[in-house]
Design a protein around this ligand. Structure first.
Ligand SMILES: C[S@@+](CC[C@H](N)C(=O)[O-])C[C@H]1O[C@@H](n2cnc3c(N)ncnc32)[C@H](O)[C@@H]1O
Length: 266
């Protein structure tokens, strides 16, 4: 399975992304916005996608560079930016690059990786390459916010493999398509910690035609102390570990998220 999560291979993913219910209601935007405002310009967001988090930050007056590997996701972000006032547009720069080896001639107060793009890096070498690239782009004392999920041991042991499931409500597209999304774990590899998934979109077109679209991708899960060790190996001090975007501390809920705030070590 290739790196990148399939956001360019499957054209429909970028098209549908901003309309998916759980993405529209994801409760992380206020958290990243307040961290970006506190850090001040300039901020870099890795795996910025369609600008779901990036655009609210630019609206709040922060200069932000968005890095993403997928031209399709960046094109949606560019389209959205065209509808923003000029001052907001002027605060954003988009760069198509791989977060493992990006090279922007600028240093940042804050780097963020919202909503798990880091988990599309499937080997330790790739993870370390990404963290080294982030470290090179931060000012002294600059911070990284690394946002991944806390793997549920129950789900890892008992989660269904090979079965399609899900309960998300249908959503609608502006052109009248109606879409129901389901998911399937294709393979769970306990040695590499890489699981293969499918997100399956059942699309009904306004003329009644039906389609089944499959987005296949892999994610590597990381445990709390594994991620901390990676951060420390890469020249960071971990300041906070949150379990949710309201800053509930790690350990206050299970499984919750794994949100690290890490500062460049001296
Ligand atoms: C789940 S989306 C998250 C998008 C955005 N951060 C958000 O919160 O809506 C994952 C994004 O990571 C990007 N991505 C995956 N691997 C990448 C890599 N190696 N370098 C840069 N971007 C990558 C994908 O193209 C996709 O836009």
């Amino acid at each position: 399975m290739s790196v990148g999560g399939g956001y360019d291979e499957y054209a429909f993913v970028a098209d549908l992304y901003d309309h998916v219910g759980p993405y529209r209601s994801r409760p992380d935007v206020a958290f990243f916005l307040s961290e970006a405002v506190n850090a001040g310009s300039p901020v870099v967001e890795l795996g910025c996608g369609t600008g779901r988090v990036l655009i609210p930050i630019a609206r709040a007056g922060v200069d932000i560079v968005g890095v993403d590997l997928s031209s399709r996701m960046l094109n949606i972000c560019r389209d959205r930016l065209r509808h923003e006032p000029e001052p907001v547009q002027s605060r954003v720069r988009l760069v198509q690059a791989d977060m493992r080896q990006f090279d922007i001639n600028q240093r940042f107060t804050l780097a963020t990786i919202p909503f798990r793009p880091f988990q599309h890096l499937l080997t330790v070498d790739d993870q370390l390459a990404c963290l080294a690239a982030v470290r090179r782009h931060l000012v002294d004392g600059g911070r990284l916010i690394l946002d991944i999920f806390n793997p549920s041991l129950d789900a890892l042991v008992y989660g269904p493999v090979g079965e399609e499931h899900g309960e998300e409500a249908e959503f609608s597209m502006p052109d009248g398509r109606r879409v129901v999304r389901r998911q399937k774990t294709i393979a769970a590899n306990r040695f590499t910690q890489v699981n293969d998934f499918e997100l399956i979109y059942y699309v009904t077109h306004p003329d009644g035609r039906e389609e089944r679209l499959v987005h296949a991708f892999s994610l590597r899960y990381l445990f709390r102390f594994e991620a901390e060790h990676l951060l420390v190996r890469s020249g960071f001090e971990v300041e906070q570990v949150y379990a949710a975007y309201d800053k509930s501390p790690y350990g206050s809920m299970y499984p919750g998220e794994l949100i690290f705030v890490a500062r460049t070590a001296l």
